[in-house]
Design a protein around this ligand. Structure first.
Ligand code: SF4
Length: 212
């Protein structure tokens, strides 16, 4: 994919990849309808991000550490910010801070790999790996940016852009994800989900099967 000029409405926030991966409806509610209700999870997230939200630069054990680094990729039409970028020699190493226990989740990996793709374009240096830092366990999980993960990022960016440009609101997933979602009140997954199920029932109730 070569670089091109993107309209403002086509630019995709890196955080939208994570939201889309968790729930496409959540992504549209946050990035188009600007709905962002707070719950315990978002408040914890904010507490974890408080320090990394303040731009600063320091040397820790010989490694240059930059916080709150603006990111962009003209090639993918991506914009965002890295919590922390360490420079090991000249090689950038993004670190994303997460509240909650250590876990393996595609949405975290997509977000981190998108940061790496931006850093490669901005610095013209390879970025082969980065890490997710889990605040509660104080441990890092290293992520290797494989060709498959990079392709997945490009694919998800295309899907998210199409959804945001078309301004389509996907139906609620109405499953266990909703229990931890900060948008349940705005989204009403069970009410909307039940309405859609009822509409589907009504549509199919009087369909007389063709004789075989
Ligand atoms: S409440 Fe459920 S369906 Fe609604 S945005 Fe959150 S995860 Fe998605």
């Amino acid at each position: 994919m070569s670089s091109r000029e993107w309209d403002e409405c086509e630019l995709v926030m890196i955080s939208a990849l994570e939201h889309w991966s968790y729930c496409p409806r959540q992504c549209v509610l946050i990035h188009i309808e600007q709905t962002f209700d707070e719950n315990l999870y978002t408040l914890r997230g904010q507490a974890v991000h408080k320090r990394v939200d303040e731009p600063e630069s320091e040397i820790v054990d010989g490694v240059r550490v930059e916080r709150a680094v603006p990111l962009w990729s003209k090639r993918l039409g991506l914009i965002g910010r890295a919590d922390v970028v360490e420079f090991h020699g000249e090689i950038p190493y993004p670190v994303e801070y997460k509240h909650g226990p250590r876990r393996e989740k595609e949405h975290d990996d997509l977000q981190l790999c998108a940061q790496a793709i931006c850093l490669e374009e901005m610095t013209e240096k390879p970025v082969p790996r980065g890490a997710i830092y889990h605040h509660s366990s104080r441990r890092r999980r290293e992520v290797v940016f494989t060709p498959a993960l990079r392709d997945r990022v490009a694919d998800v960016v295309t899907q998210v852009r199409a959804m945001l440009v078309a301004k389509t609101l996907p139906p609620p997933v109405n499953d266990s994800r909703c229990r931890h979602c900060s948008l349940t009140e705005a989204c009403m997954p069970s009410i909307i989900g039940e309405q859609q199920r009822a509409a589907e029932l009504v549509r199919t109730l009087f369909v007389i099967p063709e004789p075989s």
